[in-house]
Design a protein around this ligand. Structure first.
Ligand SMILES: *[C@@H]1O[C@H](CO)[C@@H](O)[C@H](O)[C@H]1NC(C)=O
Length: 221
């Protein structure tokens, strides 16, 4: 919809305005117009909504929300292997519909898990031509690569944004849990790259130990 009569597409314009009654900016949600110049936000005008229509070209989005694109760093896009749970096409379309412009994919739930340069390549190949938003990838820190710095480095060099590991069973057979030596060794390699380690930091008490079963906690809950 356009108050200015220029039609919906702003693509031919290097300089334009978008407006709505609900712009998320400057610490509030309310009427505003956003000026975009050569791909960058140049100004945000708040105030009398009717005055915005004087700016050209302008698309008025009415009640629809205009906001910065959100980044979801914990998404499971389970291709290849488990697209029936979620896939690149469905997951990134749903993200776009919800205002999310970047997803970062977790290294488990697809098959195989993203734990090597080769398995990251399978992910990237599976994603080709199916993305509606930007997507980045986490890699997995697992026993198989944790004590092998050259394997970890090839995964990091291939472009994962950081690593994820589990301190308890992950529920996925080809994503085994790490012990403290794996985590310490993995951190040495990660530190060289200045990329983060994300840890599912849940310890499930040893069910054979009476001491840990004492008290209120059900270790399975
Ligand atoms: C962790 O597991 C590795 C085998 O992958 C083993 O060599 C190491 O001793 C274990 N570390 C601890 C603290 O249990």
């Amino acid at each position: 919809q356009s108050l200015g009569g220029e039609g919906c597409s702003l693509l031919p314009h290097g300089h334009f305005w978008i407006a709505s009654q609900r712009v998320v900016a400057l610490g509030r949600v309310g009427p505003a117009a956003v000026e975009v110049k050569e791909g960058l936000i140049n100004a945000i005008a708040v105030g009398d909504y009717r005055s915005f229509v004087l700016r050209r070209p302008l698309v008025d989005y009415g009640d629809a929300v205009i906001m910065p694109g959100l980044i979801d760093v914990h998404a499971h896009l389970d291709e290849p292997g488990r697209a029936e749970w979620e896939g690149f096409s469905t997951g990134t379309r749903a993200a776009a519909a919800g205002g999310i412009t970047t997803l970062v994919d977790m290294p488990l739930n697809s098959f195989p898990s993203t734990v090597s340069e080769e398995t990251l390549k399978l992910k990237v190949d599976a994603a080709r031509d199916k993305l509606y938003v930007d997507v980045g990838f986490w890699g997995g820190l697992v026993p198989e690569n944790a004590l092998n710095p050259s394997k970890l480095e090839s995964l990091l060099n291939a472009g994962v944004l950081g690593l994820k590991s589990f301190m308890c069973p992950s529920g996925i057979n080809d994503f085994p849990m790490t012990n403290s030596s794996h985590i310490e060794e993995g951190l040495v390699t990660l530190a060289k790259y200045k990329r983060p380690l994300l840890i599912h930091a849940e310890r499930i008490p040893d069910v054979s130990s009476d001491e840990e079963l004492d008290g209120e906690l059900d270790p399975r809950s």
